[in-house]
Ligand binder design. Structure first.
Ligand SMILES: Cc1cc2nc3c(=O)[nH]c(=O)nc-3n(C[C@H](O)[C@H](O)[C@H](O)COP(=O)(O)O)c2cc1C
Length: 329
């Protein structure tokens, strides 16, 4: 039987399945369920910067960027989300109740607040901190370089306050992703989560309103993080967590082959139930056994893309071939 244990952000995990920040990890009960079903680690539901502001009593965000559009949805969806103080309580209680790493998560859009709050998260006993930096350009005057600098400022600010392992969850929408991930690591992150999945917008054509779209990912979405993990993992020294579209043990094996240390999962826990964790874990174990590997470490990074011209050419040729096949059927 393969030994599934892995290291992520310097933490020892019994397996590479990390429950993503989502409603399932918003309560101690949910965290316990994830641990009971075999999760390697849990990322708690995010505390949104807007919640810190609300508790501190500052209405207008001003600052670097607009209010984050995901926040209002998450807030109204869960209704009774934690404020900053009860979030610290959630960290403390979750830490006490489970013996797997508990990673706190903050969804932020500016470099404010961190001097105090990051330290409080550390003091509450979080094993690591995941920053979901959710800065999205919305106006014509926002330039790429300025937005990227805002990312680095946040990370730098947090890094100065805590010695906890720090990971940064970003979206895929950058002109030069390799440079941004390198910058994120240089600013002090120990790992990256690729990718955040942004709020899905839809339109109700009857009521003529903007409404939330379907929030769960599909399995097909895993190809985007797979591609980028396979490109970036050989070039940048940090831990990689592959997130979005991971729904099976086989998906996890593929992400690890591409260079991921762990995978994160959310949607499938809603669509299949938290017990699906057990199925995924067993399937990864089986795949490793059937292919003669004793541990995830033995396959990590076996199938990456180097930064060479050759791998870019191969990817383009593969693309042309696939389009040709689709056209002829
Ligand atoms: C109901 C729900 C709530 C979520 N809440 C958060 C959150 O608070 N913070 C965060 O960083 N990501 C949040 N996410 C995004 C997930 O952590 C994850 O990045 C995304 O769903 C992609 O993974 P998946 O394909 O496994 O669902 C949420 C996702 C869902 C479905």
């Amino acid at each position: 039987m393969a030994d599934l244990s892995v290291k992520y952000l310097g933490l020892n995990l019994r397996n590479p399945f990390v429950v993503s920040s989502c409603g399932v990890s918003a309560t101690v009960k949910g965290v316990k369920q994830c641990a009971d079903c075999g999760a390697g680690a849990v990322v708690l539901k995010s505390l949104f910067e807007e919640q810190i502001e609300a508790e501190i009593g500052m209405g207008d965000l001003g600052g670097d960027i607009d209010i984050h559009p995901e926040a209002s949805d998450y807030l109204s969806e869960l209704g009774k989300l934690h404020g900053p103080r009860s979030y610290l309580q959630l960290i403390e209680e979750a830490r006490r109740e489970v013996d797997i790493p508990v990673i706190a998560s903050v969804n932020c859009v500016s470099a404010r607040w961190w001097s105090d709050y990051a330290q409080q998260i550390e003091a509450a006993g979080a094993d690591a901190l995941e920053l979901n930096i959710a800065i999205m350009p919305r106006t014509l005057d926002q330039e790429g370089a300025g937005l990227e600098d805002a990312f680095y400022r946040i990370i730098d600010q947090v890094r100065k306050q805590v010695s906890l392992p720090l990971t940064v969850k970003i979206g895929p929408y950058f002109t030069a992703l390799p440079r941004v991930v390198a910058g994120v690591v240089k600013a002090g992150a120990n790992g990256v989560v690729l990718f955040n999945r942004f709020y899905q917008l839809d339109i109700d054509a009857e009521t003529m309103e903007l409404v939330p779209g379907y929030q769960f990912s599909s399995h097909q979405e895993m190809h985007l993080p797979l591609r980028w993990v396979s490109i970036l993992s050989p070039q940048i020294e940090c831990d990689f967590s592959a997130s979005t579209g991971v729904q099976s043990g086989l998906d996890a094996a593929k992400m690890i082959l591409a260079g991921a240390n762990v995978v994160q999962i959310a949607s499938v826990l809603y669509t299949e139930g938290i017990k699906h964790l057990g199925v995924m874990i067993k399937d990864l174990e089986l795949w490793l056994d059937q292919h003669g590997f004793g541990a995830p470490d033995e396959i990590r990074g076996k199938l990456t893309q180097s930064e060479s011209y050759k791998s870019e050419t191969l990817e383009r040729l593969q693309y042309i071939k696939t389009l040709g096949e689709a056209g002829s059927s």
